[in-house]
Design a binder for this molecule. Sequence first.
Ligand SMILES: Nc1ncnc2c1ncn2[C@@H]1O[C@H](COP(=O)(O)OP(=O)(O)OP(=O)(O)O)[C@@H](O)[C@H]1O
Ligand SMILES: [Mg+2]
Length: 374
Amino acid sequence: MSVVTPPFAPIDASAPPVQPPAGWSAAYDALTTGLVLLDAQARVLAMNGAAQDLWSVSQKTVLGQPITELFESSEAMQRALQGARDHDFTALRFEAVARQAGALVPVHVVVNEARPDAKVLVEVLTLAQQSRQERDAHWQQQAQANKELIRNLAHEIKNPLGGIRGAAQLLQMELVARELVDYTNVIIHEADRLQSLVDKLLAPHRHAHARAAVNIHEVCERVRSLVLAEFLGGLRVQRDYDTSLPELHADKQQLIQAVLNVAQNAAQALVAERANGTACIVLRTRVARQLTFAGKRHKLAVELHIEDNGPGIAPHIRGREFAPLVSGREGGTGLGLTLAQTFVQQHQGVMTCESVPGRTVFKLVLPLLAANDN
Ligand SMILES: Nc1ncnc2c1ncn2[C@@H]1O[C@H](COP(=O)(O)OP(=O)(O)OP(=O)(O)O)[C@@H](O)[C@H]1O
Ligand SMILES: [Mg+2]
């Protein structure tokens, strides 16, 4: 991308300030799509937060400026605006190139039909943002469908399971031959094992949300002591905390469970490293600003990285590690990461993973939600 000059000449300080028009909602700032409202002369009347981010300008700087200044070639935009004023369409979509201060950025533009007062609303989305949003939406639909399937299946299994176990117990009481009791014991034992699997499958759907102010470091400290107690010796759990982080509005138990599941996986993967005393897990917290994920824009979020120096995620499950019942571990149910991800999503957060031999990092990004934002 070539470097271009900033789109706007310095604003004339003596000119009267242009006020955003009535009807322009502050709620537009929560959208991930850039919005620009134009007057009949195609000058900027208002710009939401996403559009200001896209052009790296403040609303004040651009008010009253012609929109064509914001794009590399003004021709397509001028034609579209003419069409909008002539009511040729309700919405016209086209690709254009936005002129940022330091670069040219391909964008997707939607010009809407002019309003009765001749104002025109223009939507702008970077192409990268658009394809990410499409991917996100597809992935979310898929995840939702999976969750429903699992929940329904788990309920179907749960109901007859109680009957099978009860019947086996009754049968056991009637049995005279001791050797036959071994068989009923197998039935009871296996029914219990299935019961606990079904309970794990249903766990994310059962918890009532008990949200309050939570310090992420209390969550980390709890997980740290639980993991150190479970994996005695040969394992270090390092803290790398940004102690200035604000508190989250969250369900503490859910967060502890989510982080514990990830940290336990790391400790379990560090078999050779624990044996030779080099095993290390790092719990790192950072603040993140101006993020867009799961179709929402967040001003502030807390990032937690859980990093280990183990062998990395086995190639045959790489990319599927969050999927339910996918396990690369002897005796694993493959539900730990699914549950962790569900809990993080219930906090409107996202969880990702990067893994190469010697370094695996799970990143949990939790937006700072308001108390009424559940
Ligand atoms: N830090 C890690 N390093 C290497 N492999 C990992 C790591 N974290 C997860 N994995 C792999 O991902 C798989 C899925 O993890 P997940 O927690 O969902 O299930 P599990 O640990 O097998 O079973 P459980 O339901 O008991 O947690 C693991 O079996 C393991 O193979
Ligand atoms: Mg696990």
